[in-house]
Design a protein around this ligand. Structure first.
Ligand code: UGA
Length: 434
């Protein structure tokens, strides 16, 4: 296996997972971050995000001496053959990725990179970024490689260790292959491409998955109208290997820190290059509609209006297994309900503080227990697929609630048990059961 001294710049969930997993694969890894408090925490083995298996890997890396955390990018790159950039690339406000942080870091570390070091973008960056970085870094000996990540929050460690593929793209085939060599311990295909192709693979993959989900959520809407069941439909569709059975669960729309931003960014890239790509705008529009639909289901369940009514929200994070609230569909639905005058009480296993939904709107009062959230609620809404919710005693929940309708926007609960406990269950893309 190719060995290397690795620096990882940025200790968010991508950087931290990448660093800890590369250390597990036997590499010497130094992670640098601008946040001194975070560096101190991580150096003590405390992981500030909820990510299954990550604390154990960080502890293992620290104990073996193969994983270290330092303050600042320049300190991290000393002695490094490979430098991974795992930095935020937020929406710049016009749908385009804002690369200021990436370029600032590249300019900062450029003069201090070791001779013949390889600079690698892990962050999702627009097509052409590798070329721009080459221009910014001003070091003919330094090759730039695009090595996009395909990690899902909540299962990032498992995704890293069991990838479907590793993608590396560069003008320099030798540099791309050297980066691919860092992953030789993993059994998966290695795809070596141009930098432009690697950059587009990432966006195209995320936008395609988002489109798949938008499609399913529209099928769910149709299923409700015709009396079909979206679970049966996707089961039948997914058996076609050309479609595949994964990523076909209907829900309250998709969210998180990647899909919304990346779908819009790819649309902007297409626009900038004069390429019509209407599916991307439709994918985002359809997702807004999925969120509208769930809010409307709740209004209907409350008798036509939620104004002045207490609504219980089970789940606030953008999906189960993470504490990430960024672009959470649960909060999008909550915002729509708040706008209609609802009083919102929420419970989420990973959220322990009241949440302001959007500026100028009331907060979701967050309580420590799902039953407490259901107390006095006119409607109970399941918004995140935490498996814990399927274990809650629905008879107790019914006894304390004011209404008798559950809107199960994740089709998570045992419908028969819920009906047995006196509930009417409105699911997504399937007939209401009472
Ligand atoms: C996504 C991609 O899946 C990763 O491959 C990629 O690396 C990552 O973005 C990124 O670009 O960094 P993530 O944002 O962690 O990962 O979330 P997903 O697991 O993809 O879920 C996205 C949204 O789709 C969530 O709101 C989830 O609840 C929803 N979803 C997912 C469904 O509604 N139905 C499904 O069947 C699957």
């Amino acid at each position: 296996m190719g060995q290397g001294r690795v620096a990882v710049i940025g200790s968010g969930y991508v950087g931290l997972t990448t660093g800890a997993c590369l250390a597990r694969l036997g590499h010497e890894v130094v992670c640098g971050d601008v946040d001194a408090a975070k560096v101190e925490l991580l150096s003590r083995g405390e992981v500030p995000i909820l990510e299954d298996g990550l604390p154990e890997l960080v502890a293992e890396g620290l104990a073996s001496g193969r994983l270290r955390f330092v303050h600042g990018a320049v300190a991290a790159i000393s002695g490094a053959d490979f430098v991974f950039l795992c930095l935020p690339t937020p929406d710049g406000g016009d749908g385009r990725a804002d690369l200021r942080i990436v370029h600032a870091v590249v300019a900062e570390i450029g003069p201090f990179l070791e001779r013949d070091a390889v600079l690698i973008t892990k962050s999702t960056v627009p097509v052409g970024t590798a070329q721009q970085i080459t221009a910014t870094v001003q070091r003919p000996d330094v090759a730039v490689v695009s090595n996009p990540e395909f990690l899902q929050e909540g299962t990032a460690v498992r995704n890293f260790m069991n990838p479907d593929r590793v993608v590396v793209g560069s003008d320099s085939r030798a540099a791309a292959e050297a980066v691919a060599g860092l992953y030789d311990g993993l059994s998966c295909p290695q795809v070596v491409t141009s930098a432009e192709s690697a950059e587009l693979i990432k966006y195209a993959a995320n936008a395609f998955l988002a489109m798949k989900l938008s499609f399913v959520n529209s099928v769910a809407a149709l299923a409700e109208e015709v009396g079909a069941d979206v679970g049966e439909i996707t089961y039948g569709m997914g058996m076609d290997e050309r479609i595949g059975s994964k990523f076909l669960k209907a829900g309250p729309g998709w969210g998180g820190s990647c899909f919304p931003k990346d779908t819009k960014a790819l649309a902007a890239i297409a626009l900038d290059h004069g390429v019509p790509f209407p599916l991307l705008d439709a994918t985002t529009l359809s997702n807004d509609q999925a969120q509208d639909r769930v809010a409307e289901m709740v209004r209907q369940a409350a008798g036509g209006s939620v104004a002045g009514k207490r609504i219980a929200l089970w789940g606030l994070t953008f999906k189960a297994g993470t504490d990430d609230l960024r672009d959470s569909p649960a909060l999008e639905v909550a915002a729509r309900l708040a706008e209609s005058g609802a009083e919102l009480v929420g419970h989420d296993p990973a959220v322990h503080r009241d949440l302001p939904i959007k500026p100028g709107q009331p907060t979701v009062r967050v309580v420590a227990d799902p039953i407490e959230a259901a107390e006095g609620a006119e409607v109970l809404v399941v918004l995140t697929e935490w498996p814990q919710f399927a274990e809650v005693d629905l008879e107790v929940a019914r006894a304390v609630s004011a209404g008798d309708v559950i809107v199960d926007a994740r089709n998570l609960l045992d419908t028969a048990a819920a009906v047995g406990a006196g509930w009417t269950v409105v699911g997504v893309g399937r007939p209401t059961v009472r």
